[in-house]
Design a protein around this ligand. Sequence first.
Ligand code: HPA
Length: 279
Amino acid sequence: MDTKPYDFALNAASFLNGRDAAPDFAVVLGSGLGAFAKQLSEPNVISYADIPGFPNVGVAGHAGQLVVGRVGPDGPRVAALSGRVHLYEGHDPNMVVHPVRTLALWGVGTIVFTNAAGAIQDQLKPGDLMLISDHINLTGLNPLTGHNDERLGTRFPDMSYAYDRDVTACFKAIAKEQNIHIGVGVYAGLRGPSYETPAEIRMLRAMGADAVGMSTVCEVIAARHMGMTVAGISCITNYAAGLSDDLLDHSEVKATADLARNKFLNLLNGGIKRIMAKE
Ligand code: HPA
C-alpha cells in the first residue's frame, strides 16, 4: 500500500460522503450471505470499483458492492458491504481492513461482521447461526503491525470486550423471540485457504474455539482500534474437518448459507431495528 492507511481510508470516506450520508450501522456480509443487501429498501448501490482503494473481490458469492438502504420501508438506514477480501487471496492485512476503516471515518459507529464458518462445538450443526462472543486470531498477522497512526487509534488497543455485549444480547433476544436456534461461541480465524486438517480441528477445540473460518478477525481488530462497536454472527455451513464423514467443499459452504438465508435475514433485520431503537 503506497499511501498511509489513514489517508487511504479518509480518501475513500470523502468519496462516500459525496455519494450519501453515513448511516450509524453497517453489516459486512460473508460468503453466500449477500441477500441482506438485496432486500434493503431505497437502496443506493455503490460499486467497489468506484470507491478509492476498494478491492476487486474475487470469491464467488461476493458481489463487490456497498449498498446503503433501509431495513424495512421506514426502518433505520444501514450500509451493507457485500463482498470482502481475505488474507488467503494474498492481500496485505491493511488492504483487508481498508473498507472497515473507510466506514469508520465516514461515520459508521456500529458494525456487524458476518461469515461462513465450520462447526467445532458439539451443539452446532450446518444451517445454525452462532453469535461470536470472542475470537482467536490464528492468522499469524495483525492489521496494526508497524507504525501506529494515532489518528486511527491507540498503539495497544484493548480487546477484552471486542464483541459488544449489549449488541450481542439484542441479537440473542431477537433470536429467542423469533424462535431461531442460535449458538454463542468463540470464532477461530485462520489464514486459509486450505481447510483445516482433523488434527488442527482437535487443537482448535482444545484451545476453546467453537467455530472456524478464514475472515473477520483482522477486521474486528481494526474496527476496535478505531473505537467502533462490534458484533459478529457466523453462519455454520459445515462440520469442521474430521467431525463428519463429509469432505469440505466451497460450493457446499455456499449452498448451506443459502439454506440459512431466511433465519439470517430475520435475525439481522430484527436485531438492527431493536439496536437502533435503543440508541
Ligand atoms: N474452515 C474454515 N473456513 C470455513 C469453514 C471451515 O470449516 N467453513 C466455512 N468457512
